[in-house]
Design a protein around this ligand. Sequence first.
Ligand code: NAI
Length: 426
Amino acid sequence: MSHPTITDRLADPSGARESGRKKIEWARQHMPIMTSIAETFGEERPLEGQTVAMAMHVEAKTAVLTEVIAEAGAEVAITGCNPLSTHDDVSAALDAHDAITSYAEREVDDEAYYAAIEATLDHGPTVTVDDGGDLVMAIHDEYPELIDSILGGCEETTTGVHRLRAMDSDGELRYPMFAVNDTPMKRLFDNVHGTGEASLSNVAMTTNLSFAGKTVVVAGYGYCGKGVAKKAKGQNAHVIVTEVEPRRALEAHMEGYEVCPMAEAAEKGDVFVTTTGNRDVIVGEHFERMADGVVLANAGHFNVEIDLDSLDDLAVARREVRDGVEEFEMEDGRRINVLAEGRLVNLASPVAMGHPVEVMDQSFGVQAVCVREMVENADSYDAGVHEVPDELDREVAEIKLDAEGIGIDALSDEQSAYMNSWQHGT
Ligand code: NAI
């Protein structure tokens, strides 16, 4: 039986479509890179005849990417990459597009989530676009017969790239994938500024509490952690960083943050944000040390950073105290509040809208040119993880500078020769 699309599942699809369309148009208005790429793609139709399967956070900015891929000539099938990050209205608006089928639906159970991934793959993709790697994993585990007709794919996030590199080093990755996450235009903006701003604003909106005067514990001082720490400091919080990597811990120390193990930070923090991409970062021994009323949120890709099973074991009661906030009551009366079920807070809390539009314009600009590259130059890429060619990343940066009206200098011939020479000295 064919899997129902979002339109089949909604009580009022036309109302949803209208609301989703407004969100998409607002985002598109503020995405000059995607607008410029859409113009070129619309004229040149570089994806004509391709079928693109996508598993992404289905909200307004992703919808713009999806439509631009369709405007480039592709047929697109899309589903979510997290059961709580889909906006059903946006999904419905996408499904109304002639060349797009959307299976993404919010708050589905695991079975429906994976059935939607299968339905997306039933379209027979020639290109895959993932955020977290679920499509690639499903194809390799369950549908290896699709691999021969897949030209390649793109991966959006750090955790997905980690999974792909692990597969690649085991010799298990059977088609080429671009590590879109690792480009400067994505990682230095999306992970740092996007995650920093969007995670904190969602914690604030979900709790209606301030950061000023509070102690914010940031677990992990990678790209995302740097952003969260910087923006929390900017809102007058005292910031503590926890790390396992000595150089990143030192970097945090030199930036003026307190650095200590989680066991110590647990006693001091008011708000905790995990950004490690790792599991079991906040566990039983930490919950036991926390003060009454702490707020815990995760900004890493999977909901494994806060050990909710052990929190549940320690709790004598749990209840929803606000939309998106669950309170776990400890035996001694302390209350520990968990946001968005420990899923990535900037996308999965009830008020979440994901990263700011401008940031996603950059990330998705890189995605769009990478999909084009995978189609146009498929023969240049073997199975495995590939860095995005630097000229593609620069192309997106140049479009953005142009849109912002920002001019930069160019190297003179003499400067280029000097920079490329080893024969100069005093
Ligand atoms: P990264 O690799 O730059 O940073 C992760 C840091 O966590 C590293 O410095 C690592 O040493 C540290 N770490 C690992 N285990 C730890 C532990 N047990 N305790 C303390 N620190 C630990 O990765 P990046 O780019 O910052 O991404 C982090 C996560 O955020 C990934 O899951 C990624 O997919 C996700 N992500 C989420 C976004 C969002 O919208 N919320 C946007 C972009 C990425």
